[in-house]
Write a protein that binds this ligand. Sequence first.
Ligand code: MLC
Ligand code: AMP
Length: 505
Amino acid sequence: MGNPLYDRLLGIHAGKDTPFLHLPDGQTLTHATFLDTAARLANTMTGLEMEPGDRVAVQVEKSVEALALYAACVQAGLIFLPLNTGYTTQELSYFIENSGASLVVCDEANEAGLAEIVQKNNARLETLNADGSGSLMRRALGMLPAFQPAHRSEDDLAAFLYTSGTTGRSKGAMLTQANLLSNAETLVQEWRFTDDDVLLHALPIFHTHGLFVATNVVLASGGSMIFLPKFDLEDILRLMPQATAMMGVPTFYTRLLSDDRFAQDLTQDMRLFISGSAPLLADTHVQFEDRTGHRILERYGMTETNMNTSNPYDGERRAGTVGFPLPDVELKVTDPKTGQTLADGEIGIIEVRGPNVFQGYWQMPDKTAAELREDGFFITGDLGRIDEDGYVHIVGREKDLIISGGYNIYPKEIELLLDEQPGVLESAVIGVPHPDFGETPIGILVPAPGHTPDIEAIMGAVRDALARFKHPRQLILLDELPRNTMGKVQKNILRDRCKDLFTKT
Ligand code: MLC
Ligand code: AMP
C-alpha cells in the first residue's frame, strides 16, 4: 500500500514540530498541526462518501485551511480542482459541470449563487471562508486528526487545472501524482531548497505556480513559508528580512522596484528570487540586480507541464531567457507547419516531453490529440529559440493568449461574448503593454450597420459573465477590422496601433 505524493511530500513530516507556515500575524503552524487539519478534512470528505478519483472543485480565498484541503485530497486520493477566486458563477457552472465534481467548496458569500448548479450536477456544496470558518471546517473539527492515506499509484490523477483554449472553451488538464512529484523533486535540487529555507509565499494557490511549484517544493524540502493572503507590498517589505527565497510573477518585481524603500538591506538574507508565469523584461532583471545585487532566476512553465526550463542556480542567469531544460525534460523547437525539429537558433514552436507533462484534457480526446503528440511531446504554443549556449528564449506565442499579471486570458472567450452584444457586428480582443500587469486586454468593436453599440451596457454584460481580470480595460469602436487576403484578422496591426494606450508617459 502506498501513496507516493502523500508519502514524499506530507507523510515525511508526520508528527514533526518543525515550522511549516508563518502567518502575517506572527503565528507559526508546525507540519504536525497542518497535517492534523488535513487528516480531519480527509476524514470529513470520506465521511461525505467521496471516493478516490472523485473531483473536489474548490473556489475559496487563500488560507491555511484551503491549503490543508489540497493536502487532504492527496491523502484521500481525491482529485483537487482549484479555481480562481475571481471566476463568476457563470464561469463556475462550466467547471462544475465539465469536471463532474462531486464536492464543491466555496466561500459562504457565493453559496446561494452556486446552490442550483451544484444541485443540478448532483454534487454536494460545503463552505470555507477566508478565516477558516464555514460548514467544511465545522464538520472537520469533529473528526479525528489521523487518516490512513488512500492507496494511489504515481499514475493516478492528483489534480485537474482548467486552462482556457483558443476556441474559448476551458479544458481540464489532468495531472498525475508523478507529474507533480517529479517536478517538485527536480526543482528542490535545481534551486537548492533545504529545510533551512523560508519562502515568501504571496501567490494565489489556485494555479501551478503558487500551489505546485511553491508549496510542493517547500513540502519536499522540509522548509517553511511565510504564507500571505495575497501580494501586498507593505507585507512583503516588512517580511522579506525573515525570508530566504521568493517566487513571483514579473508584476511582483516591478511593484517592488517601484518603491524606493526596496533596497539592498531588505534582501541581504535572501538567497533566491525566482520569476515565472509571464515574461520578465530584461530591463526589470537588470534594474533588480542594480538595486539589490541579486540576479532574478527566471524559469518557464505551464499548467499542462509544470516547470520545463530554468536558469541555472550556479551558472549565469541570463536576462531575457528562461534558461535550460530541466534535467528530466526534453525540449525541442519545431516548425509550426511540418512539426520538424529546427536547428538551434531558428524560431519555432517549443515542444516538451518528460515526467512533468500532463495526461491530456479531461474528456476532450480531440483537443488532447491536437496538442499532445503520440510520442509524448506537448506542443506548448510558445514560440522560441535555443541560442548557441543552450539557453531557451521565448520570443512570442503562436497561441492567441494574453497574460495579465500572470493570469492567462484567451481573447476568443471575450470575443464570443462581445460578438453577441446588441449593435456589435464583430470584435477583436488584443493584449497591449501595461506597466503593472505586463499586458492587458482591450476590445475592438465593429458596429453593425446603422447601430452604435452601448459601451456601458456591454461592459455590464462583461462584468456579469467574466472574472474581473479578463475585463477589457477599454472598448474601442472601429469601422472594420484589418484582414489579410485569407480574411484572417490581423491582430498584429491592431496591437501596433494600440501599443501605447497604457504605457505612454
Ligand atoms: C487582480 N486584478 C487583475 C489581476 N489581478 N487584473 C488583471 N490581471 C491580474 N493579474 C484586478 C483586481 O481584481 C482589481 O480589480 C484590479 O485588477 C487591481 O487589483 P490589484 O489590487 O492591483 O491587484 P492585486 O490583487 O494586487 O493582484 C495583482 C497580482 C495578482 C499580480 C499580484 O494578480 C497575482 O498574484 N498574480 C499571480 C498570478 C499567478 O499566480 N499566475 C500563475 C499561473 S501558473 P478592480 O476591481 O479593483 O479594478 C503559470 C505557469 C507558470 O502560469 O509558469 O507559473
Ligand atoms: P498557464 O497556462 O497559466 O500555465 O500559462 C503558461 C504560459 O505562460 C506559457 O505557455 C507561457 O506562454 C507563459 N510563461 C510562463 N513562464 C514564462 C516565462 N518565464 N517567460 C515567458 N512566458 C512564460
